[in-house]
Write a protein that binds this ligand. Structure first.
Ligand SMILES: Cc1cc2nc3c(=O)[nH]c(=O)nc-3n(C[C@H](O)[C@H](O)[C@H](O)COP(=O)(O)OP(=O)(O)OC[C@H]3O[C@@H](n4cnc5c(N)ncnc54)[C@H](O)[C@@H]3O)c2cc1C
Length: 390
C-alpha cells in the first residue's frame, strides 16, 4: 500500500477542510450534537439540515458522476473526505440507502427515464429510499423470497410482505425484490422494481426495537400495481441487482468512520469518569484502539485492490465482521465505565448523557445482523477464503 497523497489530493483536503469547519460550527450552534447523528433518521430535522448543507456545498454523492449531480471524485478523494469528516466528528448525510445503493444501481441498470426521474432527488434527499429485500421467511437466504409480482397488462401486481424495512415510514420510494417466475430455480425468478410508496395497497407497520427506536417496519402489499417501466434491469434478473446492491451495503470506509467515532467517544467517557488510568480499563481501551487501526488498514487494503483493478478479496467480510464485533465491545466498555448508571434510560433522573450509552449498547447489536449476519460472514470467510467444507 502507498500511504502518500498526491499534491492534487492534498489540495482537495484543504478545500474540504476550509468548507467543513465553519459549516459544522454553524450547524452545531443551531442544532447541537444529538442522538440523531447515530440513527440518521431522515425524518430528524437536525440530520436533514446537515444533509442540506452538504448538498448545497456540493459534498453529497462525492463519487457520483458530475452529469448526475455528483462531484465525480476519485476513491482517494472519498477517503480524504471521510478522514476530514472523522477528524471533526461530522455526521454523515441522510438517505444512505438512496445515495450509496440505489443511485449506483440506477446508473448501472436504469433506463434514461429512470435516471432522470430519480437521481437528483436522491442526492437532495427530496426522495428518501428504502430497501424491500428481507421477508419474514427470507433473510440470510434472501433468494428464497416469496413476495409475488404477477403481470397484468402493462403492470405487475404485487402481493406479500417485507420486514425490517428501514425507513419505510419516511420513504417515497422502495427498491423492491419480488418473485416473477416461481417455476425456475430460486435465483432466476426474481425481478427488481422501483416502487412508489404512495401506491394504493401498501400498509406500513412500525416495529419497535429494544432501544426504543422504531426505525424499521413490516410492509404489506395487497394487490399493489407497479408499471412495467419501473422494472430495474431485466425481468427475472433481479438477483444480479440484489447482489450488486448488497456489495455496496458492506461499505468499508463509512463503517470505519462510525467505529472510529464510537471508540473516541468511549475514550472520552473513560477520561471524564476518571477510569482511563485503571489497569484493566487501559488494556481494554488500548485493544479498542488497536482493533480500530486494524480496521482502517483492512479498509485501505481493500481499496488498494480496487484501485489496482483486482477482484474483491476477503476484506469485505472480514471488515464487516470485525466492525460489528469491535463496535459491540466498545459499547460494553462504555457500560463497564458507567457501572450501574449504564442501565438508566433516557429521561431517568440519574441517566448519564440522557441515556445515550444505554441506547448505544442496545443499538450496537444491530450491526451483527444488518447487511448479512456475523455467522454468514464467518461462513463466507471459512468456505470461500479458507476453503473449509460447508
Ligand atoms: C438494523 C437493521 C436494519 C435492517 N434494514 C433492512 C432493510 O432496510 N431492508 C431489508 O430488506 N432488510 C433489512 N434488515 C434485515 C437484515 O438484512 C436481515 O435481518 C438479515 O439478513 C438476517 O436475516 P433474518 O433476520 O431473516 O435472520 P435469519 O436469516 O433467519 O437468521 C437467524 C439466525 O440464524 C443464523 N443463520 C442463518 N443462516 C445461517 C447459515 N447458513 N449458517 C449459519 N448461521 C445461519 C443467522 O446468522 C442468525 O443468527 C435489517 C436488519 C437490521 C438488524
Amino acid at each position: 500500500m502507498d500511504f502518500r497523497y498526491t499534491p492534487e489530493e492534498e489540495a482537495f483536503r484543504q478545500e474540504f477542510r476550509a468548507w467543513l469547519a465553519p459549516h459544522l460550527h454553524a450547524h452545531r450552534a443551531q442544532w447541537g450534537e444529538d442522538e440523531d447523528e447515530f440513527t440518521q433518521h431522515p425524518s430528524s430535522p437536525a440530520s436533514l439540515a446537515w444533509h442540506k448543507r452538504l448538498y448545497d456545498g456540493g459534498w453529497v454523492g462525492l463519487q457520483w458522476p458530475k452529469e448526475y449531480g455528483g462531484r465525480g471524485a476519485t476513491q482517494m478523494q472519498q477517503v480524504i473526505y471521510t478522514e476530514e469528516s472523522m477528524r471533526l466528528g461530522a455526521p454523515p448525510e441522510v438517505n444512505g440507502m438512496g445515495i450509496n445503493m440505489v443511485g449506483p444501481m440506477l446508473m448501472h441498470y436504469g433506463t434514461a427515464e429512470q435516471r432522470t426521474t430519480h437521481l437528483r432527488k436522491i442526492l437532495s434527499a427530496d426522495d428518501i429510499w428504502c430497501q424491500g429485500f428481507s421477508e419474514p421467511g427470507s433473510g440470510s437466504d434472501l433468494a428464497s423470497l416469496s413476495t409475488r409480482a404477477v403481470q397484468d397488462g402493462d403492470d405487475y401486481v404485487v402481493s406479500g410482505s417485507k420486514i425490517w424495512t428501514s425507513n419505510a415510514h419516511n420513504a417515497q420510494w422502495c427498491l423492491l425484490l419480488a418473485r416473477t417466475d416461481p417455476e425456475v430455480p430460486k435465483h432466476k425468478g426474481i425481478t427488481c422494481f422501483l416502487l412508489d410508496m404512495q401506491t394504493p395497497g401498501i400498509t406500513i407497520r412500525p416495529l419497535l426495537q429494544m432501544s426504543g427506536d422504531a426505525e424499521f417496519n413490516q410492509v404489506f402489499f395487497d394487490q399493489v400495481r407497479i408499471p412495467k417501466r419501473r422494472i430495474l434491469g431485466q425481468l427475472n434478473e433481479g438477483w444480479r441487482v440484489a447482489i450488486s446492491t448488497l456489495s455496496h451495503e458492506r461499505g468499508g470506509m463509512r463503517q470505519f468512520m462510525r467505529l472510529h467515532r464510537m471508540v473516541h467517544m468511549v475514550e472520552d467517557l473513560a477520561r471524564e469518569r476518571g477510569v482511563s488510568k485503571d489497569g484493566v480499563m487501559r488494556q481494554q481501551l488500548a485493544q479498542l484502539h488497536i482493533d480500530t487501526e486494524v480496521q482502517r488498514l483492512t479498509v485501505l487494503r481493500a481499496l488498494t485492490r480496487q484501485l489496482r483493478g483486482a477482484p474483491p478479496g476477503p476484506e469485505g467480510s472480514i471488515q464487516k465482521l470485525c466492525f460489528s464485533r469491535v463496535y459491540m465491545r466498545a459499547a460494553q466498555v462504555a457500560e463497564q465505565t458507567l457501572g450501574p448508571y449504564s442501565q438508566l434510560d433516557k429521561g431517568a433522573k440519574h441517566a448519564v448523557a440522557d441515556g445515550h450509552w444505554t441506547f448505544q449498547s442496545l443499538f450496537a447489536r444491530r450491526y451483527g445482523i444488518a447487511g448479512g449476519t456475523d455467522q454468514i460472514q464467518l461462513n463466507i470467510i471459512g468456505e470461500r477464503q479458507l476453503g473449509l467444507p460447508k
